[in-house]
Ligand binder design. Structure first.
Ligand code: AP5
Length: 196
C-alpha cells in the first residue's frame, strides 16, 4: 500500500501516518522529520535551518534528494505512508514522473481537511513544541499551505487519486474514515472504476 497524506500544519498528517503505517505494515516517511534530521547532521545547513524555523518551504531539489531515496526503498519493501511530500505543484509533477519510473506511484492521496482555527489551536496547545510553533510562524505555515499546497487537491482529484477526510474528528475516527475510504476505492478499482 502506498499512501500520500496531504493536509495543513496540525491536520494530523504525522499522527495518521503512524497509525496507517502500523495498520498496513509499511514505512512512515515523515518529510519534516527527515528535513530536521538533515539540517541537524551538518553545520553547513544554516540557511535550510532558517527556512524550517521560519516555516518556509525548503527548495524542491533538496527536498526531493532527501525524500525520494526513502520512497524508493519503502516501495521495494512493500509500501509507504508519505507525510509531507509533495507540497507544491512543481513537487507534485516531479514526484508523478519519478513515481511512474520507480513503480512507486501512490494508490491513494488522502486530504485531511479542517478549518484553520482548529489547526492553529492544535499546534499552539501541542506539548512537544517545535521551533516553528510560535504563533507568528504557525500563521505563516498555514498561509504557505493555503497558497502552495492546497492546489494539489485539484491536481490529485483530476487524476482520480484523492479521498477527502474530515480531520476535525478524534484521531481513531479519522483513521477509521481513511480506512473505509481506501477500502471503498479498492472495491471500486477491482470493478474497473478507478483510473490513474
Ligand atoms: P512538517 O514537520 O511536516 O510540519 P507541518 O506540515 O507544519 O505539520 P505538523 O507536523 O505541524 O502537523 P501534522 O499535520 O503532522 O499534525 P500532527 O499529527 O503532528 O514540516 C515542517 C517544515 O518542513 C515545513 O514548514 C517546511 O519548512 C519543511 N517541509 C516539509 N515538507 C516539505 C516539502 N515537501 N517541501 C519543502 N519543505 C518542506 O498533529 C498536530 C497536533 O494535533 C498534535 O499535538 C496531535 O496530537 C494533535 N492531533 C492530531 N490529530 C488530532 C485529532 N484528530 N484530534 C485532536 N488532536 C489531534
Amino acid at each position: 500500500m502506498r499512501i500520500v497524506l496531504l493536509g495543513g500544519p496540525g491536520s494530523g498528517k504525522g499522527t495518521q501516518a503512524s497509525q496507517l503505517a502500523a495498520h498496513f505494515r509499511v514505512r512512515h516517511i515523515g518529510v519534516g522529520d527527515l528535513l530536521r534530521g538533515f539540517v541537524a547532521q551538518s553545520d553547513c545547513q544554516s540557511a535550510l535551518r532558517t527556512r524550517l524555523d521560519d516555516g518556509d518551504l525548503v527548495d524542491d531539489e533538496t527536498v526531493f534528494g532527501v525524500v525520494w531515496p526513502h520512497v524508493l526503498a519503502a516501495t521495494e519493501d512493500g509500501g509507504y505512508v508519505l507525510d509531507g511530500y509533495p507540497r507544491t505543484l512543481s513537487q507534485a509533477e516531479t514526484a508523478h514522473v519519478a513515481a511512474r519510473r520507480g513503480y512507486a506511484f501512490p494508490d491513494v492521496v488522502v486530504y485531511l481537511h479542517a478549518p484553520r482555527a482548529v489547526l492553529v489551536d492544535r499546534l499552539t496547545s501541542r506539548t512537544d513544541h517545535r521551533s516553528d510553533d510560535s504563533i507568528a510562524v504557525i500563521a505563516h505555515r498555514q498561509s504557505v499551505f493555503e497558497h502552495l499546497t492546497e492546489p494539489l487537491v485539484k491536481f490529485y482529484e483530476d487524476r482520480d487519486l484523492l479521498v477527502r477526510c474530515d480531520a476535525t474528528k478524534p484521531v481513531d475516527a479519522v483513521t477509521a474514515d481513511i480506512l473505509t475510504s481506501i477500502d471503498a476505492r479498492n472495491r471500486r478499482s477491482s470493478v474497473g472504476g478507478v483510473g490513474l
